[in-house]
Design a protein around this ligand. Structure first.
Ligand code: KG4
Ligand code: ZN
Length: 439
């Protein structure tokens, strides 16, 4: 609690002791400075992320400059099971967290003493996995006497894009932003804006988020992973489908997405869908991806493709060195399979695109941010960019390295919280179902 109260006073103290460097000011720094008390805010935040199957640590200066960004992926471990095994993930995080943080400090060329705050993912994610990062971050915070900042993983994905836009010294996007966070565990649309006034930021939080759309069943990345598995391809499925889809005809199989309508009770009032916690009354921007997965399964069954799927699965098991996009992997797919893959991706990207742009229009968004693992998808980027250009709406994506889980995004999202003195209590725990913003 004493640590929480340090707030801006703590920041000011650091400024006096000269911990912050006084280098180049990005537009964001200036914005932060003008929104805050006198003095420069250019601190170092150590971010730690362990919500799923990546143990990651990064040091970011002033929410903009990533001095290091280390990710230890467990992908190969979980690939044998076709998905993340929570117990194995926790064990790997335990093994990795100390060396990963050490590596991040070394690469950044700074000592733990120079870090101004420790930021950590508090949710959503796997409980055991989150706990490893949180426990270590709390120990560091306590031992070093530095504030602790809890970050929502989804917020991190959004800030990965904003951080990189600042690195490119681009004009900041105007608010409100519409953020599509699309990953293996999440498909959400958020209306997001930074509160301008520091007093308000301190009271209500630095950023305001409103969840205006979400998946009611599978996440988009989950659909990629499941469909890849159905087709005998590797894990995670996204990169396999992305690269193989380029070789197929996206119009061969016309998959359709049903409209997700709010469920309405007899008296006409919207009622809560089991998985969709809140239903919009004025048009739904929700998603559903379990239908297309079932449609792909049906297609495989009715078109006699099971034998070729099995043969492919065996061949890839024998040749783990055949990577997504390699000619060897492509040679395992006949025309019908390549067309099915391309058609699946065309439909999924089309659905994400339609919902995102409709929501952007509905809420008067001034910019669009697409983030999360699926934002690495090449067709998604191309079609979103083309549509945004057509509409004159700025759109931004993270670099490929920051699309998937990392800790630089956690440190970046923590920066405005640091400035606003939004620190976590010593009782910070893992919240596996943590939500971002209200509906
Ligand atoms: O953000 P992320 O690393 O972890 C979660 O928070 O879930 O996202 C992982 C997801 C996986 O489902 C993976 O298949 C998907 O992102 N993915 C892709 C691509 N690269 C990764 N999906 C489509 N195209 C890609 N190129
Ligand atoms: Zn993620």
């Amino acid at each position: 609690m004493a640590r929480n109260a340090q707030g801006i006073g703590y920041v000011a103290g650091c400024l006096v002791s000269g911990v912050f460097s006084r280098g180049h000011l990005s537009p964001y720094d200036k914005e932060m400075r003008s929104a805050s008390e006198p003095g420069e805010l250019n601190g170092l935040i150590l971010g730690i992320e362990s919500s799923c199957d990546e143990t990651a640590a990064a040091v970011v200066r002033g929410g903009t400059e990533a001095l290091s960004n280390v990710v230890a992926s467990q992908m190969n471990l979980h690939a044998n099971y076709g998905g993340v095994v929570p117990e194995l993930a926790s064990r790997e995080h335990l093994r990795n967290v100390v060396p990963v943080v050490r590596e991040a400090m070394q690469r950044a060329g700074v000592s733990l003493d120079e870090v101004d705050a420790i930021a950590v993912t508090e949710g959503p994610g796997l409980a055991g996995a989150l706990l490893v990062g949180i426990t270590y971050a709390k120990a560091l915070s306590f031992g070093l006497g530095k504030p602790l900042i809890g970050v929502n993983h989804l917020e991190g994905h959004i800030h990965a894009v904003l951080m990189e836009a600042r690195q490119r010294a681009e004009r900041p996007m105007e608010f409100p932003l519409l953020a599509l966070v699309v990953s293996g565990g999440h498909t959400h649309l958020y209306l997001a804006e930074q509160r301008r006034d520091l007093a308000e930021q301190k009271k209500e939080g630095a950023w305001r988020y409103r969840n205006v759309g979400r998946t009611v069943d599978d996440a988009a990345g989950e659909a990629y992973d499941k469909v890849a598995k159905l087709l005998g391809l590797g894990y995670p499925g996204g990169p396999w489908i992305d690269l193989l889809a380029r070789r197929g005809n996206p119009h061969a199989v016309p998959f359709r997405f049903a409209q997700i309508k709010p469920r309405v009770s007899r008296d006409g009032a919207p009622i809560k869908n089991k998985k969709a916690p809140a239903v919009q009354t004025e048009g739904s921007f929700d998603f559903s991806f379990s239908g297309i997965k079932t449609a792909v399964l049906r297609y495989i069954e009715t078109h006699g493709m099971k034998g070729s799927v099995e043969a492919r699965r065996r061949a890839l098991a024998e040749h783990p060195e055949w990577k997504p996009g390699s000619d060897e992997a492509a040679a395992l797919c006949d025309r019908e399979t390549l067309d099915l893959i391309a058609s699946f991706q065309y439909a999924v990207v089309g659905n994400l695109l339609r919902q995102a742009f409709a929501a952007a229009e509905r809420y008067g968004a001034r910019g669009l941010v697409v983030s999360g693992g699926v934002a690495a998808n090449s067709e998604l980027r191309r079609r979103f960019q083309a549509e945004a250009d057509k509409r004159g709406l700025p759109v931004a994506f993270p670099s490929l390295a920051l699309s998937t889980d990392n800790a630089a995004m956690i440190a970046a999202a923590a920066w405005p919280k640091f400035v606003a003195g939004e620190f976590a209590a010593e009782t910070l725990g893992a919240t596996p179902q943590l939500r971002l913003g209200g509906s």
